[in-house]
Ligand binder design. Structure first.
Ligand SMILES: Cc1cc2nc3c(=O)[nH]c(=O)nc-3n(C[C@H](O)[C@H](O)[C@H](O)COP(=O)(O)OP(=O)(O)OC[C@H]3O[C@@H](n4cnc5c(N)ncnc54)[C@H](O)[C@@H]3O)c2cc1C
Length: 414
């Protein structure tokens, strides 16, 4: 008899897990709390393991899915290139991958508006109970419900995201709206700008509907800025005085907050980037990371951001979710009827892998986190940046992830 997998969370992690489980013979159904996820998301880094898992899920990562950037540069405050290096990064867009993964799943197997409330399980089955009172039964439940996971909250209430001490301002501008000079100088490049204590990256990505043709792409900016917890609370408070402590929805960010960051852009950033930023509708996300001490609970597993949150410097949120999905499907395959045994194997592989990925991302973000410490307490790389090394680390990110994959014995999956 076909076994049934309940996948909680319908973003990239849940979709990848559902596809791979289906390919292993499971009847996988995805339950997503939102009514619509389209129109969200901006640029997203890719690595070879993500592309390999997409292929395994039946999705070819073709030229419409990403933009390969050949050169990384750093601009100074007046807009001159101070360093340039070759690079080989492929940048995609969350919405492009989401559309490809979702449209490849039968409509009836992707259920929107289903918010998980809690889980019950016994020796033979697992039951998901949703906010609307409905119940779904299965042989396996995959918690792919992101950083504030309800699944993790039930089994590991003490594992909470940790604020890194800075936010990422994110902005995307249609290529047609990028000023001509800025377009000529930087559109095709991966561009860093490094105001004291801060870090900005800009690069081209496919358009929202996946167009990578010249003139129809988008320019994506990620600007990391240290913010202490008191100031963060003020930024995360909407015009009615309500505080959204884990992060505020873009539409609720007060206009004064956005006006202030646009004013700062004029004084701190290279003019090409300031101009693009000024023309966009920026929003911010507080940066968190998270480590779960366990990933398997009987017939229930945590994957993707529900399990470990890697700070975005590594550009590997989707890649990590893909690697989790591949190891999960294979571990269950090997275990046959023993679902809990398969999940234990998955846990033994993915706990050390997740820890290594979080450690790499913390190391890459240490200069930014240290900005909230008194100067006298900062050490080495917390005090000053080696720009050449920063650009080089960026260019060799896929190698660093490859090394972790190899060290954790996961190479055979890709
Ligand atoms: C709308 C959206 C846009 C994003 N855009 C980007 C981007 O542009 N760039 C980037 O690098 N990363 C982006 N991310 C994050 C990226 O998807 C993840 O870091 C990574 O791919 C791992 O994904 P995940 O599926 O594990 O977690 P997430 O992507 O966080 O997805 C978790 C999903 O679970 C759902 N969910 C949460 N609680 C429940 C519940 N109780 N019941 C049912 N469903 C629930 C959420 O609505 C969400 O869709 C985005 C995530 C989302 C949801």
């Amino acid at each position: 008899m076909t076994r049934r997998a309940l996948v909680i969370g319908g973003s990239l992690g849940g979709l990848l897990a559902a596809h791979l489980l289906r390919r292993s013979g499971w009847h996988a159904v995805v339950f997503e709390r939102e009514n619509d996820l389209t129109g969200r998301g901006v640029g997203l880094g890719t690595h070879p393991q993500l592309i390999a898992v997409l292929r395994r899920a039946g999705i070819d990562f073709d030229a419409t899915m990403g933009m390969t950037v050949a050169k990384v540069v750093c601009l100074d405050r007046v807009g001159n290139i101070v360093i340039e290096q070759p690079t080989a990064r492929t940048m995609s867009a969350w919405s492009r991958l989401y559309r490809a993964l979702r449209s490849a799943l039968p409509v009836q197997e992707y259920r929107l508006g289903k918010k998980l409330r809690r889980i019950e399980q016994d020796r033979d089955s697992v039951t998901a109970i949703f906010d609307d009172g409905s119940r779904e039964h299965g042989d396996l439940l995959v918690g792919a419900d992101g950083i504030r996971s309800a699944v993790r909250q039930q089994y590991l209430p003490r594992a909470q995201p940790i604020y890194a001490g800075y936010v990422a301002w994110r902005a995307a501008l249609d290529e047609a709206r990028v000023p001509h000079e800025a377009h000529r100088q930087i559109f095709e490049l991966y561009t860093f700008c490094l105001p004291e204590g801060e870090q900005l990256l800009g690069y081209p990505v496919p358009s929202e509907d996946g167009d990578t043709t010249r003139g129809r792409r988008r320019y994506n900016i990620v600007w990391y800025r240290p913010v202490d917890v008191v100031a963060l609370d003020a930024m995360c408070t909407d015009a009615s005085g309500r505080l959204y402590s884990g992060g505020i929805a873009p539409a609720l960010i007060r206009s004064e907050v956005t006006a202030a960051v646009k004013a700062d852009a004029e004084t701190l950033l290279a003019p090409q980037l300031a101009e693009i930023f000024r023309r966009s509708d920026p929003f911010f996300q507080p940066i968190f990371d998270l480590e779960s001490p366990a990933l398997a609970f009987g017939r229930v597993a945590l994957t993707g951001d529900a399990a470990f949150v890697v700070r975005p410097h590594v550009g590997a949120g989707a890649t990590k979710a893909a690697i989790d999905a591949a190891v999960l499907a294979d571990s269950l395959d090997r275990a046959g009827a023993d679902v809990a045994g398969g999940l234990s194997r998955f846990e033994s592989m993915q706990l050390p892998f997740g820890r290594d990925m979080v450690a790499l991302s913390r190391q890459q973000g240490s200069y930014l986190s240290a900005q909230l410490k008194p100067l006298a307490q900062r050490r080495g790389g917390e005090l000053r940046r080696d720009i050449e090394a920063l650009l080089h680390a960026h260019g060799s990110r896929s190698d660093q992830i490859g090394e972790i994959v190899a060290a954790r014995g996961l190479e055979a999956y890709f």
